[in-house]
Write a new protein. Structure first.
Length: 717
């Protein structure tokens, strides 16, 4: 079937080949319509997806996609603003702040406004500002919306100060890349008409994940030709917490009454058993398009449901299954993925995998670009590219040590605010009013000359050689080459960054530096996933969308975790999104699916009883293989009344007292804890994991501790 021009909505279920359909549609438009590559714009959400899309189109066309705009929403916004942002006073050399840089700028802004960060944590203020931007509200509009509301009025003050801080630094955050692009297209008729005329066909992948800013951007760009093709699956809309609105895809036909709608329901990834399990979970969501995945691969292995005592036993059970699958059935480590709701759940799996010597790759840990030494080097490059970047200036002005202390930097920043200039411009305009030592004044002057010299070099030196020069001239390389193991590892990360810069050797200066910094700023965790590495993948359910694995383990299927406690507080809409998140996890599996839940889990620093997830009750019994625990009675469905307490009681009996440390505490004993102070033992129980105690602290209330993992000790009564 060939759809005509005009609005086209493709409901593409998980594993239905949406990337293939989208790329073939683009190739067809180029081949059969009088359309040239530069008149095509294709937008998606990750660099990885954009690279895959470009590669497939080039294969189909048998040539280059040169001129075609293919990239993420944020990359599209950055590109438009670099070219035309000056129309709304955005310089083309603006910096792009990542989450850490944004937080630093926000804290500076809150400090200037005298906003107490203990009462208004920067993380919460930043989230509120981001949510406002996703709704296309600036600080003025936000303040007008919440007049008379004290908390929101304080947020508005912080928002206003943050906007001023970003303007002074010639910097944009990720939200700005979308919001300011929408502003540009709305306010500048000539710019809007240019892009509307240019993009005769617009293609949007993962349309269900668009927020209001992205939705408006798409409408603005496609308004003239109306050749808009969107692909998505409302059942996989899982980013509501960052502004995504599933109504955008569900209301597409209302926005475009003449739209053609196509459903892709054949799945090419998973067995029918896995698809039936996914449908059993998702069908309970009321607001969804009617569709059901099917496959030619009928049957398949049942879904294995494993009940465990706690997170340690959960990790042991998963590792045991992985070792069995590799030894008996020929799977590889890279075939296996462990999915979980929160990053904190990875710890138990990492511990067990390390002890057993099983390689793994953790997605969502400390990202390469968030490591201290990498951020230091990037801050130097950003300051060179944009001397008004106050966050980058503050990061490197005394790295390596230059006898420029915090007091000197604070004085300099006060002078900069007084004169309404950037800190680096203040360095270049030092005067007698700055109360600093002669040594600090000399060091600042030397630093200013160093950056000025490097700015001159970046205009004529290819990026790889320029980066080497930066590392030498700033003495950063010398600082890390001190022979210590820690700095040797840090230098290895810097060397990796130098290797990445080599990819820009053929880009003329200084564009190579600009492109490098932009691409680094827009990279995501999944973009850095090494598909060739051999190891078990540990990844959150939110990050795994777009990936697939022969074997999938979904851990922690418990009330309060999946669905998450925050979602439960949001009511039906929150539970619906958690159900979609579970659906995404299930449909990542190609051949084998395991779901696990624990009866007891350490959450928020203390062990708690855990009730099996309501989503497990959605799975038909005929699809399940409920695993019997060694030495346990025949298993019952995990949500049977009393199942949790019965399982905990069963585990409280020691299977082999010789293997466990002796019981140390008894009811009534006095103990002390380094942070919580003194308390009294209310109860001591020997479990499979060792001794567990309930303590009533004199000033901190009742707490539960595993003796082996705690710092408690007995004291005299």
């Amino acid at each position: 079937m060939t759809a005509p021009d005009g609005p086209l909505l493709i409901f593409a279920g998980a594993g239905s080949g949406k990337t293939r359909v989208l790329t073939h549609r683009i190739a067809h438009v180029l081949a059969s319509r009088d359309v040239r590559p530069h008149e095509i714009c294709a937008v998606t959400f990750t660099n990885k997806a954009a690279r895959e899309m470009r590669g497939r189109i080039e294969t189909l066309l048998g040539g280059s996609t040169s001129g075609m705009w293919i990239g993420t929403f944020h990359a599209l916004g950055a590109r438009i603003l670099r070219r035309d942002g000056s129309a709304i006073a955005i310089p083309n050399g603006f910096s792009i702040y990542d989450e850490a840089d944004r937080a630093a700028a926000l804290r500076r802004a809150m400090s200037v406004e005298g906003i107490d960060e203990k009462r208004y944590p920067a993380s919460k203020v930043g989230h509120a500002i981001s949510a406002a931007k996703n709704e296309l509200l600036d600080a003025t509009a936000y303040a007008a919306k919440y007049t008379g509301e004290y908390y929101e009025a304080t947020i508005a003050r912080a928002f206003t100060a943050y906007q001023a801080e970003m303007r002074a630094a010639d910097a944009l955050d990720f939200d700005d890349l979308l919001v300011r692009t929408v502003q540009l297209l709305r306010e500048c008729d000539a710019v809007r008409e240019e892009y509307q005329s240019r993009f005769r066909h617009l293609f949007v992948d993962e349309y269900q994940d668009t927020n209001l800013a992205q939705y408006v951007l798409v409408k603005l760009l496609s308004e003239k030709h109306r050749n808009l093709t969107v692909v998505g699956d409302d059942d996989q809309s899982i980013y509501g917490w960052r502004g995504a609105d599933v109504r955008n895809i569900l209301s597409f036909q209302r926005d475009y009454p003449d739209a053609k709608v196509v459903k892709l329901e054949q799945n090419y990834r998973s067995t029918q058993v896995i698809l039936d399990a996914a449908h059993a979970v998702i069908r309970h969501n009321r607001e969804r398009a009617d569709k059901k995945l099917w496959t030619d691969m009928s049957g398949g292995e049942p879904v294995r449901l494993i009940s465990v005592y706690d997170e340690q036993e959960e990790a042991l059970a998963v590792c045991g299954e992985i070792e069995m699958l590799i030894g008996r059935e020929g799977f590889s480590l890279s075939d296996c993925a462990v999915l979980y709701r929160t990053n904190a759940q990875s710890r138990a799996f990492e511990d067990v995998l390390l002890r057993r010597g099983i390689p793994y790759r953790l997605v969502g840990g400390v990202r390469f670009y968030e490591r201290r030494e990498v951020k230091d080097v990037l801050a130097y490059l950003r300051l060179i590219a944009n001397p008004r970047d106050s966050v980058s200036f503050g990061r490197v002005v005394n790295v390596p040590k230059r006898k420029i202390g915090d007091r000197t930097v604070a004085e300099l920043e006060r002078m900069a605010r007084r004169k309404r200039i950037s800190p680096f411009e203040a360095v270049q305009a030092l005067d007698g009013s700055l109360e600093i030592t002669p040594g600090a004044r000399t060091a600042l002057a030397d630093f200013g000359r160093l950056i000025d010299e490097l700015r001159g070099l970046c205009e004529r030196m290819p990026l790889p050689q320029f980066l080497e020069r930066v590392l030498d001239d700033t003495a950063y390389k010398r600082m890390l080459e001190d022979g210590t193991p820690e700095n040797a590892e840090r230098w290895a990360n810097v060397a990796e960054l130098v290797g990445l810069a080599a990819e820009y050797a053929d880009v003329p200066p200084p564009q190579g530096l600009t492109q490098f910094l932009e691409n680094v700023a827009l990279v995501a965790d999944v973009d850095t996933l090494d598909d060739s590495a051999n190891g078990v993948t540990l990844i959150t359910l939110h990050q795994v969308k777009g990936l697939e694995f022969p074997v999938v383990f979904i851990a922690g299927m418990e009330e309060g975790l999946l669905p998450h406690v925050r979602a439960l507080e949001e009511g039906d809409s929150g539970v619906a999104e958690e159900r979609r998140l579970t659906y995404v996890g299930v449909t990542r599996a190609q051949r084998r699916l395991y779901v696990l839940h624990a009866f007891r889990r350490h959450l928020y620093g203390a062990p708690q009883l855990a009730e099996a997830s309501r989503f497990l009750a959605d799975l038909p019994v005929e699809l399940l293989d409920i695993v019997r625990r060694p030495g346990a009675a025949a298993p019952s469905p995990p949500r049977t009344p009393g199942a949790v307490r019965a399982a905990v009681h069963a585990h409280a009996v020691r299977p082999n007292p010789v293997e466990l440390a002796p019981q140390r505490y008894r009811e009534g004993m006095r103990i002390a804890h380094p942070k919580l102070g003194e308390g009294t033992i209310l109860k001591s129980t020997m479990t499979r994991s060792g001794e567990e105690v309930v303590i009533k602290f004199d000033s901190a209330g009742v707490k539960i501790f595993s003796v082996a993992d705690s710092a408690i000790y007995p004291v005299q009564a």
